[in-house]
Design a protein around this ligand. Structure first.
Ligand SMILES: NC(=O)c1ccc[n+]([C@@H]2O[C@H](COP(=O)([O-])OP(=O)(O)OC[C@H]3O[C@@H](n4cnc5c(N)ncnc54)[C@H](OP(=O)(O)O)[C@@H]3O)[C@@H](O)[C@H]2O)c1
Length: 338
């Protein structure tokens, strides 16, 4: 076979745009690319491999002859169209939260559980952006020292809420800088420019947000281990791209902190940036052009017998969405599942 017919649902969004870039950069064997969107952008053009490709309207007929369908157009679109795409013979890789906790849908971060891809029944879920980056430094710590509990505080960029959210931050910043005060929040509940908001996704009865509970539940599913306790505090900050996370990890077994640093550096697609003598640690500005998850400030957390503290940063549109999705597509090819 020369390649695969790939549909990108939500091709004009921030994640969809990045997906098309990552397909190109990773040289995924695409025979035909089909960008799909709503009537708002159907008929517009996108660039792919130097070609100008027309964006088509998403319909129930869109998936005929499609091998892989990458979805990032929101949960309600996935709810309706992912089963239609799967029934048409495509394997769906879904970026929304809709199918993530469905027991019949594998939730995959390839560095951790690539083997779960083969359990798919037509749909594979991509995790929440904050979870995808967090499980990378956790992987060797859990393998070697068994994690008991993780406390994570996030500092999440506005692109995590889509294109309109980024525009809201930009326009609000310009308005304030021009002396006109903040524009009225629409995508966010409060002013985001020059501010931080401790509220991502909706609140649940237990007082946590959905975003926070995604980090707890998805981590257990990806590791296939319900014993890992994760408690999250998710906060939106006025960065455009790149989620940051401060982690405090408690392990069952004792460890040598230098060994922990070495193990994290050995995880594929992770780069350790950790030398406080030279102010070397990651910030969101460092992750914009990379698929790597950047880890620094690795140190012993003295507040518990076996504790590790670290700071990790990743491009939420890449490892948190598009890159992870394309990695899953490569697994389908490499494991000869397609
Ligand atoms: N941003 C992130 O970091 C991130 C990470 C992981 C997962 N996700 C998930 O990915 C999804 C998209 O996020 P985003 O940030 O890319 O949002 P976005 O920038 O707002 O883009 C939304 C995309 O979906 C399309 N769309 C919306 N309604 C549609 C419909 N009824 N039929 C067909 N296409 C439709 C839009 O097309 P039009 O141009 O036609 O409106 C656009 O291409 C969300 O479910 C989000 O939770 C986002």
């Amino acid at each position: 076979m020369q390649g695969y017919n790939v549909a990108v649902v939500g091709a004009t969004g921030v994640v969809g745009t990045e997906m098309i870039k990552v397909l190109e950069e990773t040289k995924f064997p695409v025979a035909k690319l089909l960008p799909l969107a709503s009537e708002r952008s159907a008929g517009s053009r996108i660039e792919y491999n130097g070609e100008n490709v027309k964006v088509e309207l998403l319909t129930e007929e869109s998936f005929k002859g499609i091998h892989i369908a990458l979805f990032s157009a929101g949960s309600s679109v996935s709810e309706k169209y992912a089963p239609i795409a799967a029934a048409s013979g495509a394997v769906v890789i879904d970026n929304t939260s809709f199918f993530r906790m469905d027991p019949n849908v594998p939730l995959v971060v390839p560095e951790v559980n690539a083997h779960d891809v083969r359990k798919h029944q037509g749909i594979i879920a991509n995790p929440n952006c904050s979870t995808a980056q967090m499980v990378l430094p956790l992987l060797p710590i859990h393998e070697h020292f068994k994690i008991k509990r993780v406390v994570v505080s996030t500092y999440q960029a506005t692109s995590g809420a889509g294109k309109e959210a980024m525009d809201e931050m930009l326009n609000q910043t310009i308005s304030i800088v021009n002396g006109n005060g903040p524009t009225k929040p629409k995508k966010f509940t409060k002013q985001i420019a020059f501010n931080v908001i401790p509220h991502i996704d909706s609140f649940l009865e237990n007082g946590f947000t959905k975003e926070e509970m995604k980090m707890t539940n998805e981590t257990k599913k990806i590791f296939g281990d319900d014993s890992i306790e994760v408690v999250a505090n998710c906060v939106r900050v006025p960065a455009f791209i790149g989620h940051s996370e401060a982690l405090n990890i408690e392990t069952e077994k004792p460890f040598d902190i230098e060994k922990v640093r070495e193990l994290i550096a050995g995880v594929p697609n992770v780069r350790v940036m950790d030398d406080v003598a030279t102010n070397t640690y990651p910030t969101p500005a460092d992750c914009v052009e990379t698929n790597d998850t950047l880890v620094g400030r690795i140190r012993r957390d003295f507040s518990v017998p076996n504790g590790i503290a670290l700071f990790c940063v990743s491009n939420n549109l890449r490892k948190g969405a598009a890159f992870n999705a394309v990695q899953i597509a490569f697994e389908l090819v490499n494991q000869e599942l397609i």
